[in-house]
Design a protein around this ligand. Structure first.
Ligand code: GDP
Ligand code: IMO
Ligand code: MG
Length: 428
């Protein structure tokens, strides 16, 4: 059985956590393949709202395996906090969760380096979540990193101290004050708890599951426009958030990838710095932020809001090989008479329909088409047949432009507010 992938097509927060939770009953294994606690994946069911950072979004279902793959970076302090919250809900974590020995560890000094680097950048800052993501991936590619499996070796403490001391030398070059002692103590304590979890060679685990015809869903974090190679560099995260990241982050061969679910909001948001061509700086942007409750699940920062951007989405669909689209937060646009859709950009006096390389240096002006809004509350709908005709038109319009079927429409944060759609879109 091939591995399916679900990932974000915009700048993150598309609703991945919610939809992975909805799809989990169809799968045997849910696996995170990149990112770390910079992610905040929200799930809502039975009146409970829960935010996951490192743990896959299949964790609330019985008899499912959840795997944290080798491509993920883990902060044991945040991880243990997540586990404690889940234990309080009565979940038997060890039955449901396994962690790759090859996943890299975020040290307290990685977090300090992240903060020092952002502070030094001043106005040019990335707007990092300050979870130590960049410095940890830098140590991974720099071949200095500490991995989960190292905790099972006798000289773990020595390895930790060596890396920490390297970091302290770098920190000395910044004008940055810190107090490591408490953080370090907590981190070392958490590592003691952490090593009691099920540590596995996840590439073997996943491929064995696949061979036994089990269904595996790879859960992306962040979004395609934050990808280290194809995102709006340097305002990106430090991992490959795209389908290829599922191959390297889990050890799945490219010819073993099946469906690729690309998820996007009916509009667009971004948190942190960097280009956002369709961003709205007016009261409409404010209205979307309010209606969509657009505040970061990890940092609480207000998210920047704007209209949907089709050139950017087309790019993301191309890079990921998306086979099915999932649209979330359609309910948030219910207030609007008309909805704008960016179909191209004006750039250096020309009309283009792709994201140019110099998006940071040159003005790009979005060109919009307008579609009629539905002006109807969608949050109580239970089947796709009930959607207003204007929303159906919007969906079909997007399918035509994006040349990809939309098979799930989400109309609220709860599990139940999910409409499955038999798409009739075809390229012919
Ligand atoms: P993720 O990082 O992709 O998992 O997304 P986040 O959890 O960071 O942000 C998505 C937010 O939108 C969360 O608060 C979800 O509960 C909420 N959400 C998801 N789908 C919908 C939807 O269809 N409508 C509304 N109104 N909220 C949604
Ligand atoms: P989920 O999985 C939205 C953004 C940060 C910042 C940039 C780099 O919930 O969709 P980092 O901490 O990775 O060095 O930050 O990336 N960012 C996200 N934005 N959703 C996320 O995750 C994000 N993870 C990182 O705001 O601009
Ligand atoms: Mg999020």
């Amino acid at each position: 059985m091939k591995v399916d992938v679900l990932l974000g097509l915009q700048w993150g927060d598309e609703g991945k956590g919610k939809v992975v939770d909805v799809l989990t009953p169809e799968y045997d294994v849910i696996a995170r393949f990149q990112g770390g606690p910079n992610a905040g994946h929200t799930l809502e069911f039975d009146g409970i709202k829960h935010v996951l950072h490192t743990i896959p979004s299949g964790i609330f279902h019985n008899n499912k395996e959840n795997v944290v793959g080798n491509g993920v970076v883990i902060d044991p302090i945040i991880f243990i906090k997540e586990i404690d919250a889940l234990k309080k809900m009565g979940l038997n974590i060890n039955e449901r969760l396994a962690i790759s020995r090859k996943a890299h560890l975020i040290l307290p000094t990685h977090r300090l380096l992240d903060a020092a680097s952002e502070q030094a950048k001043g106005k040019q800052k990335i707007g990092s979540t300050l979870k130590g993501i960049g410095p940890t991936y830098m140590d991974k590619t720099g071949r200095n990193g500490l991995r989960v499996g190292d905790v099972e070796t006798t000289d773990f403490h020595k390895k930790y101290e060596q890396l920490r001391d390297k970091h302290l030398q770098i920190l000395a070059q910044y004008d940055f004050e810190y107090d490591l002692k408490e953080m370090e103590e907590e981190w070392l304590n958490c590592m003691e708890t952490f090593k009691q979890f099920r540590l596995i060679d996840s590439e073997h685990f996943i491929n064995q599951a696949r061979k036994e015809n089990q269904k595996v869903l790879a859960e992306g974090a962040q979004g395609t426009l934050l990808d280290i190679d194809f995102g709006s560099y340097p305002f990106v995260t430090s991992s490959n958030t795209i389908t290829a990241g599922a191959c390297t982050g889990l050890g799945v061969a490219p010819n073993q990838i099946g469906e690729v679910f690309g998820i996007f909001k009916a509009y667009c948001t971004r948190v942190g710095s960097g280009p956002f061509p369709t961003e709205l700086h007016d009261e409409i942007g404010e209205e979307i932020r309010k209606a969509g409750n657009e505040f970061g699940a990890t940092t609480g920062r207000p998210r920047r809001c704007g209209w949907i951007d089709l050139p950017a989405l087309k790019y993301a669909i191309m890079i990921n090989g998306v086979t099915q689209l999932i649209m979330t937060k359609a309910d948030v646009l219910s207030e609007f008479e008309n909805i704008k859709v960016c179909t191209a950009y004006k750039h250096k006096g020309e009309i283009i329909d792709y994201l140019p390389f110099d998006v940071l240096d040159e003005e790009i002006e979005p060109i919009y088409e307008e579609v009629t809004g539905w002006k109807e509350d969608l949050t109580g709908l239970s089947s796709i047949e009930q959607i207003p005709v204007e929303l159906n038109n919007y969906i079909q319009y997007l399918e035509d432009k994006l040349e990809t079927p939309i098979t799930i429409v989400s109309v609220g944060p709860d599990r139940k507010q999910t409409l499955i759609r038999k798409s009739e879109w075809s390229k012919a």
